[in-house]
Design a protein around this ligand. Structure first.
Ligand SMILES: *Cc1c(COP(=O)(O)O)cnc(C)c1O
Length: 415
């Protein structure tokens, strides 16, 4: 394969027109961090503008008639992307908060007193799951997982075997390595041991097809600001399988989860359906900003996005083998496409300084301590040829020691 082949792939790419749906002030910037903060959809800019001018400034409190159902309207738009049904998804709060809410609710509804997580999960998830267990006088048990492989049935079996687990909570795509877990097999494992399955879809939603309904997954949460391009700090989502909705209770009973919020009753009565997991007033401007990214993802179709993402991660790995393997890099992601999400991690002892040198060359990845450079692929706007060029630039940085000036740098607060 050569650079002209990458150009050929771009010419044949049916998703290429979606790049024009995004605000891209500098086309020279190769943005490989859509797995951390997706680009700004043009429609989000317009929608937020309309929400401030028309809905807020003109409509004032009357606009609540349009706003009140946004968390579930946008949730319904997201549902097909993660294999859920209408009425099972709501957009609200942060990912960490939603994880607390659903893990707490799942554990409280169970007569078991153990939550199982894993030691390669995102730190916030580990803190939250431990706190949920402590809040209910339960045990938090952490399975040891090969971080590059991600959670597997074989690695989880011992933690579930005692038969005392109420909730198994894992990330479907690992944040560092991009490893994609087997949703069906692990959900089945949880169920065989009498546990509820709770998935964190932060690095999966909009990146890989997820079949929450078909796999029998019980609960799920995730971000909208990564592959769903919802904007910085955009509200997260939660999914509660319909059959559990009436028996689960949120840990924080708020008026937005009340059955009749404008009756202002003195006693909390949970709303029917997923709405009971709302707590307080939703952030409307952020919801308006998040809506177009979800609609664009649905329009492109998750299967088409996945097909392009696989082609693109395959290209990155082929170029890794050709150019980076000899320069002190190791591959930090699974080689098998079916076991990988939409980013490729390359590991190098000098990863932090190399990342800084990449940024000076208009290539924006991110660095994850201690030694991973994450190359995130967003098939809605990344081209094949820019991936080709990015790997050439990384090789050149190492060959010419262009990372040297950054080696002694104080690490910045955000990496
Ligand atoms: C990005 C991410 C989060 C972020 O949580 P916030 O509450 O939105 O800050 C949590 N968990 C995982 C697995 C993530 O990838």
């Amino acid at each position: 394969m050569n650079r002209a082949d990458a150009q050929q792939l771009d010419a044949a790419d049916t998703l290429a027109p979606f790049r024009d749906e995004f605000v891209i002030p500098d086309p020279e910037v190769c943005y490989l961090d859509g797995n951390s903060l997706g680009r700004l959809p043009r429609a989000s800019q317009a929608r937020v503008e309309r929400a401030t001018q028309h809905e807020w400034a003109d409509g004032l409190v009357r606009s609540w008639h349009d706003w009140i159902d946004l968390p579930t309207t946008i949730g319904d738009a997201l549902a097909p992307i993660i294999g859920a049904q209408p009425g099972e998804v709501m957009i609200c709060d942060q990912t960490s908060v939603n994880l607390y809410k659903l893990a707490w609710a799942g554990l409280a509804a169970s007569d078991r007193k153990v939550v199982v997580g894993d030691d390669s999960n995102f730190p916030s998830d580990r803190y939250v799951l431990r706190a949920v267990a402590e809040a209910q006088g339960a045990e938090y048990r952490e399975a040891k997982i090969d971080p590059t492989e991600g959670p597997t049935v074989a690695q989880l079996e011992a933690a579930l075997a005692p038969g005392d687990v109420g909730v198994l909570a894992l990330s479907l795509v690992a944040f560092k390595s991009g490893a994609l877990a087997d949703c069906a097999a692990i959900t089945d494992l949880a169920h065989r041991h009498g546990a509820l399955m709770l998935w964190d879809l932060s690095h999966a939603a909009g990146a890989v097809p997820v079949a929450l309904e078909a796999t029998g997954s019980d609960l799920a949460i995730g971000c909208t600001y990564k592959y769903l391009n919802g904007g910085p700090g955009a509200p997260a989502f939660l999914y509660v399988r319909r059959e559990h909705q009436e028996r689960l209770q949120p840990p924080i009973p708020g008026w937005f989860g009340h059955d009749d919020m404008f009756a202002f009753e003195g006693q909390y009565r949970p709303a029917a359906g997923v709405r009971r997991f709302g707590i307080g007033t939703p952030p409307i401007l952020s919801l308006r900003g998040a809506q177009p990214g979800i609609e664009l993802t649905a329009k492109a179709g998750i299967d088409a996005l996945r097909a392009k993402s696989i082609q693109q991660t395959e290209l990155l790995i082929a170029r890794f083998d050709a150019r980076l393997a000899a320069l002190g890099f190791t591959l930090g992601s699974p080689r098998e496409a079916s076991q990988r999400g939409s980013h490729v991690s390359v590991r190098h002892a000098d990863a932090y300084a190399i990342t800084q040198a990449m940024i000076t060359r208009n290539i924006v990845p991110d660095f994850r301590a201690p030694d991973s450079i994450r190359l995130g692929i967003a098939p809605l706007y990344n081209s094949f040829v820019e991936l080709w060029d990015a790997v050439e630039a990384i090789a050149d940085i190492v060959e010419s020691d262009a990372a040297a000036p950054f080696r002694s740098d104080q690490r910045s607060k955000v990496t």
